[in-house]
Design a binder for this molecule. Structure first.
Ligand code: XMP
Length: 515
């Protein structure tokens, strides 16, 4: 391996106001991919910071509040006095319009793909008049203050979808250009920062393996480390980066809580070997299943899983360290932190390895600002096989989250495990699996059926495939009628499966997993 390079980041020219969105990190990521560094401040922090500092462009994120809520984030007034462009996304646009005396109205929510008709604006340079965009909002702008005009309207509803002021400084859109499901979004952001705000690219585009290695070496410090290892792309890639630097001062730990898929332990072993790390598998299934079975609430299950996970990791780290200074490595990604409510937006669901303390031991999350597709790219650059770089994710608490609404039992887990393995085989054979970013096979409860003239109180199996790059927004996959019939027949052969259904819901409004 070549000497890691310590990368110094130039002064960012773009300030992002965090109004409480799930997608703020994606704005940072889009800008990073365009070669621009940026930084995020809460509105009150920005107000203070801008008193003594300047930037070239300010972007206001979306947010979960209505401008009429008592605790709605405020627009930092100082941005109106600055000569630099302000561009509001969703809430970031609504708050500007509300502040300047326009009208924002409740009602007519949209959480879906939409088309907008754009008009002449530097923001849409190089793009067609009709653009597919992603909408996720409850309130809408219905009246513009003087000096503003609509630069985009919704093709379906005619609602205002983009605005600009004649001063050329203030603009905004109701949709989310920063998400994967707005295909022209990157062009819009590039137009904004490079043509409107005249920022010059100041960092390497996207992510570099060298920078990740350099950052790892600079931050790891401790004499030895243990890494939580699920065999997925995130932990295998991190293990490989860590192994290059730490060698046998690193140990990978897998907890088998009885929550894994068929064949998973063998795959975990293979991937540990590929990454070159020594692996220790701990069977905690008895304790885990008994503890998880105490509740059917998804957040309570996650909390129980996290508590046991944290305790075992702390014990293992202390044992491996044997008095040396140790750090716990976690391959947490940006969406895990965002959805756990750690970055300013609402908590959607907690992730098992976010917010743990490990008894005060130090921990490092080197991929904490990366998205899944960025980690896949690192895996390819590290020469890891496709079974690692393309591997669809599986949540930490695994099948515990795929027994939905009923008590988790060994029986329910084994039915889900069987159904998932058979579904995966069929989809792989038909090549549909290639187009699926994550396959979710869960039970949604019990249902009475009849098999061989006898009643069976069996399980309802839900099959769900999603397509996505970064897992922040996903498109539900519609299986063909023929595929649905095939899976219904096959899964119905299990003595305890009495219903099978398909769930191609998008995220939002759904999420990838059911829980
Ligand atoms: P959702 O269901 O939130 O999932 O749309 C997004 C991605 O995150 C995975 N996921 C988890 N991963 N611990 C994890 O390590 C968790 O608690 C957890 N919950 C969801 C999920 O499988 C998907 O890839």
């Amino acid at each position: 391996m070549s000497e890691p390079k310590i990368v110094t980041v130039p002064k960012p020219e773009i300030l992002i106001l965090e109004f409480g969105s799930q997608h703020t990190g994606e704005i940072v990521r889009c800008l990073r991919d365009l070669g621009h560094s940026s930084f995020v401040l809460k509105p009150e922090e920005a107000e203070r910071w801008l008193e003594h500092n300047d930037v070239r462009c300010i972007i206001g994120s979306g947010g979960m509040k209505s401008v009429y809520d008592d605790d709605a984030p405020l627009l930092p007034e100082i941005i109106l006095d600055k000569r630099v462009p302000y561009f509001g996304i969703c809430y970031g646009m609504q708050i500007l319009i509300h502040y300047l005396g326009g009208r924002v109205e409740k009602g007519q929510p949209e959480y879906a793909r939409a088309n907008v008709v754009t008009s002449d604006s530097p923001l849409f340079l190089g793009l067609g008049v009709r653009q597919e965009v992603w909408m996720s909002h409850a309130d809408s702008v219905t009246f513009l203050p003087s000096g503003f005009r609509a630069i985009a309207t919704s093709a379906e509803t005619g609602h205002i979808a983009g605005i600009a002021h004649k001063n050329g400084k203030w603009s905004g859109v109701q949709f989310h250009p920063e998400v994967e499901r707005t295909p022209g979004g990157m062009v819009m952001l590039k137009n904004l920062v490079e043509n409107v705000a005249r920022c010059k690219p100041n960092i390497e585009r996207g992510l570099s393996l060298e920078a990740i290695r350099g950052q790892f070496v600079a931050e790891v410090g401790a004499e030895c480390a243990i890494i939580g290892f699920s065999g997925g792309v995130d932990s295998t890639t991190l293990a490989k980066v860590a192994d290059e630097y730490m060698g046998d001062r690193l140990r990978a730990i897998t907890i088998d809580g009885g929550h894994l898929r068929e064949g998973e332990i063998d795959e975990i072993k293979r991937h540990a070997q590929t990454a070159g790390v020594q692996l220790k598998i701990i069977d905690a299934s008895e304790e885990m299943v008994a503890a998880i079975a105490k509740t059917t609430d998804s957040e309570a299950k996650r909390a129980i899983f996290s508590r046991i996970y944290e305790r075992i990791f702390t014990e293992q780290a202390r044992e491996f360290a044997g008095g040396r200074e140790v750090v716990i490595l976690q391959a947490t990604l940006a969406p895990d932190r965002i959805e756990s409510g750690k970055t300013g937006g609402a908590k959607i669901k907690s992730h098992h390895n976010v917010g743990l303390t490990f008894g005060g031991l130090s921990q490092l999350h080197p991929f904490g600002s990366l998205y899944k597709d960025e980690v896949r790219k690192l895996a390819r650059e590290l020469g890891l096989p496709k079974s690692v770089s393309n591997r669809p994710p599986f949540p930490g608490p695994g099948n515990f989250l795929r027994v939905v609404g009923i008590t988790v039992t060994r029986e329910a887990l084994s039915v889900v495990q069987w159904a998932e393995a058979r579904t995966r085989e069929v989809l792989k054979r038909s090549r549909v699996y290639r187009d699926i970013s994550q396959l979710v096979v869960a039970t949604l409860g019990r249902a009475t059926g009849v098999k061989g003239d006898a009643p069976v109180y069996g399980y309802i199996i839900a099959v769900r495939g999603v397509r996505t790059r970064d897992f922040m927004t996903v498109a539900g996959v519609e299986f063909s009628q023929q595929m649905q019939r095939k899976l219904k027949k096959l899964l119905g052969e299990h003595p305890l499966i009495t219903q099978v259904g398909f769930f191609p819901m998008d995220k939002p409004p759904g999420t990838t997993e059911f829980e």
